[in-house]
Design a protein around this ligand. Structure first.
Ligand code: COA
Length: 256
């Protein structure tokens, strides 16, 4: 039904599988558009009580926004792209029905941001997390500067985003980014068991607790706007052109 996302509904639970394994499930425009439709329809569909987001294939959850189109993006388009991604991830965070991330591999950039927008996260022992945007001369744009800071604290988030490297699932667990590390081949089974338990709880109470828990985090609107504008400005930079070109040419960037 969708070209970049597989969906499977079973016993009131919807599995949302980002499905571009040849590009490590990178988020292009189509994935974002389809994800938006799916999250919107979750609200309407009374037969579905909750969802799990995961990635297709053995290697990756989501390896970020699709870098392929970045060289065509200017400053204003960059800011709009960030605002668009932020709005879809915010729909996930504010979904009245519980949505968890089952991180089966790389969760980098927009992939880490997608996992963080979910209500909570389990990960395969093979998963790797990171916000590597700095290596492309840009910054996280889909809420990463905001949600990472809230989840793991400002100092760790700063270091992580500045270093731009990856941490493994154990470290992500240790610092509180994820709730549980699970053997790779058990991940979906455990994720489903947890969600099957959660969706037996009274739906209005689940919705109320999601709303109240999200309300515990205030003052974020300005943070998201600052992130989107800064993301846009980075697209006007020579460093972004160099970082993206170097990624595509599979070489180290030479930043000014
Ligand atoms: N956007 C577009 N394409 C991506 C991508 C992304 N974010 N991440 C990976 N891909 C593509 C690669 O270009 C490659 O495509 P190709 O086979 O046509 O060359 C394919 O997915 C497989 O990736 P590859 O880099 O060959 O795998 P690897 O195992 O050597 O490395 C990663 C895996 C995740 C370390 C590496 O792909 C990577 O660094 N990706 C970018 C992560 C990133 O910067 N994300 C934030 C973007 S804002």
């Amino acid at each position: 039904m969708y070209s970049t996302i597989l969906t499977e509904a079973k016993n009131g639970l919807l599995k949302i599988i980002i499905n571009r394994p040849e590009k490590l499930n990178a988020l292009n425009e189509v994935v974002l558009a389809e994800l938006k439709i799916i999250v919107e329809s979750l609200k309407q569909d009374a037969s579905i009580k909750g969802a799990i987001i995961t990635g297709a294939g053995e290697k990756s959850f989501v390896a970020g926004a699709d870098i392929g189109g970045f060289l065509q993006v200017d400053k204003n388009q960059g800011a709009s792209l960030a605002a668009h991604g932020q709005s879809i991830f915010s729909m996930i965070e504010n979904s009245g029905k519980p949505i968890m991330a089952a991180v089966n591999g790389f969760a980098l950039g927009g992939g880490c941001e997608l996992a963080m927008a979910c209500h909570f996260r389990y990960a395969s022992a093979q998963a790797k997390f990171g916000q590597p945007e700095i290596n492309l001369g840009i910054i996280p744009g889909y809420g990463g500067t905001q949600r990472l800071t809230r989840l793991i604290g400002k100092g760790r988030a700063m270091e992580w985003m500045m270093r731009g490297d990856m941490v493994d699932a154990q470290e992500a667990y240790r610092i509180g980014l994820i709730n549980k590390v699970i053997a790779h081949d058990q991940l979906m089974e455990e994720a489903e068991a947890t969600m099957q338990l959660i969706i037996t709880k009274p739906q209005p109470a689940l919705e109320a607790l999601i709303k109240a828990t999200n309300a515990a985090e205030d003052g974020t609107k300005e943070g998201y706007e600052t992130e989107a504008q800064s993301f846009g400005r980075a697209f006007a930079s020579e460093n972004m052109r160099e970082g993206v070109t170097a990624f595509m040419e599979k070489r180290k960037p030479n930043f000014k």
